[in-house]
Design a protein around this ligand. Sequence first.
Ligand SMILES: [Zn+2]
Length: 176
Amino acid sequence: MTDVLTPAQRSYNMSRIRSAHTQPELRVRSYLHGLGFRYRLHGKSLPGKPDLVFARARAVLFVHGCFWHMHRCKRGKPVPATNASFWANKRRLNVERDRRNRKALRADGWRVFEIWECHTRDEEKMRTKLEPLIGFLRAAIERRFIEHRPAGSRPSNSSRTSEASRRSSVSAARAG
Ligand SMILES: [Zn+2]
């Protein structure tokens, strides 16, 4: 075994451990949960079983393993030395299925977000990559505040107060 093959084989071995709760996924979940976002896991009724489902905002997040989903990074490129064409084909099929799933979800009104395994290894990078999702979720929360106010009625002092406190908790989350 040469040094050239080692990373490929390591990637391959790691990717074979197909878990519903991978380390990258746990890192993403813990960060978003810490910001106050709530979600369902592995929406089984949805195309591609998205890892995180934000049902009220109608958004999903996939946490993709770089190897299986062929990311353009050093983890996404290696091909196992044995039976290379078999694995290359299998991964290509994954990528095609990902595309079909995204299309089906969008057609059904879902906003689809994705993050790659390699982007979750560095906290700062992960935050940056999750910004579009977080922006979308916060916008959805803001819309709900407006939608939930009864049409044509002025908010009373008490509801204004509770709304103000909810807004301030959102700002706090944003600041953090
Ligand atoms: Zn990657």
